[in-house]
Design a protein around this ligand. Sequence first.
Ligand SMILES: [Zn+2]
Length: 148
Amino acid sequence: MEFRDFSLLVKDTKVSEFAEGLERGVILATKCEKCGSIYYPPRHDCPKCFSDEMSWIELHGSGKLLSFTVIFVPPEHFAPDLSETAPFSGYRYAPKPVGIVEMGNGARVMGWIPGIPREELQIGMSLTPKAEVLPNGRATIVLAPEGE
Ligand SMILES: [Zn+2]
């Protein structure tokens, strides 16, 4: 999988391993070997100490929901099952919650939340970021309830 299959139309990048991780179902961050800072999305160079001695780490387990919103006309990779169109337009209308969880190591991961109705989402609840490859071959990140 190429990096552009995640979200950006970028083919060549120093952090292409990120997209390869998603393909394997793993969410990767980078850790600076010099100062210990953790970066998600991954960075190839540390903006704090300017070192390029970075290693890849996997993000595991759940995090706490910091914030969320609802996107009413989501991009295709957020809602591959789009079925309704908005009135008087060709826009696909499919409200999808999207949120940010903070992991135990401080990494903040954004993903869409297809498994929980918006009314049941609460700041601070535990959600688990998971990498998913959609039927069209693009990768995305889902925030799943614990136990799923
Ligand atoms: Zn550093």
